[in-house]
Design a protein around this ligand. Sequence first.
Ligand code: AMP
Ligand code: MG
Length: 332
Amino acid sequence: MKLLKSKQTLSHESMPLIGIPKPLDQLSESEIERKACIGKVMTYTLRNLTSQFVDSGFQWLLPVALSQSTDPLWPDPGASIEKRIEVDIYGKTVRTTASMIIHKLIASSLAYPKLFILSPNIRIEKAERAKTGKHIYEFTQLDFEARGASSKDVMSLVEEVICSLLTSLKRDMKDELTSLCRCDTLALPKRPFKVYDRHDLEAKYGADWEEGIAQETSDPVWVTNIPREFYDFEDFKTGKWDNYDLFLPQYGEVLSGAKREWEYEKILKKIERDNVDKNNYALVLKLAKQGKLKPTAGGGIGMERLVGWISGVKHIAETQPFPRVPGTVHEL
Ligand code: AMP
Ligand code: MG
């Protein structure tokens, strides 16, 4: 794997414009063929990954779309939210799901020790993110959580799941990968994947280390120790975060995950420190206070980024039947 020798300034927002995916009714015949081909890769990937999680003892939960409590997406250095959607129903204010992290923590603690959800996330990204090719305003995470798991457990599970998916795809989807010109270029990564500390990447690439590592790596790699939302575990003594992101070559972050906080005092302290409205996290705080929130670890895989990488798309909205490109709203 080749890494940049010196600090460079690479910015998502300054990347060259790339073709913006069009809706189905505007595609040519050859574009429809390509769309259908990517659709087959998506179908295969969904079946393969859900089977692997079920076979490993995870229960499959259905998602929710509206809740009082959703992911604050703050503080997250990667977040760029233009608007948060809130609506009143039955006299209460609910929000569209940004991620099901809070639901996962509670469900895994109380009833479903190992769970996963194909969870639609709505994040109204700033319109200028259309040109990154990596951001859409509705996407789906394969979101999973396991009670009592460590970061290491999750990282090796993810490596196994991804390598097994790629092995099966290369065996069963040769025609599709060939027509997407990915048959030869999609290599099976070596395990274990390399692990970098965010500190070291910052020293090497500067503030835009995410783009630096994505552009320079030729294999999926882990990045650990990333300061962000209150629910990821932070060691107050060392200042280190026990979390991890998986980065794909070119496509960047495809998974975020962590060992989670479960202790009341720490969660409260972090929510207050981050200026997050604690009224929206009353249940998680109450359960933590009662000792009912358990140590868990997990992560969420962005399906459009994963299948986008496998298929070699220019823009991940190409993997969507109804593209959700920031700044553009079509009838469907
Ligand atoms: P996050 O909760 O922001 O860490 O997101 C979890 C995963 O969802 C990321 O690693 C991406 O794969 C995916 N993801 C996050 N935001 C977007 C977006 N705007 N468009 C597409 N995928 C996204
Ligand atoms: Mg993330």
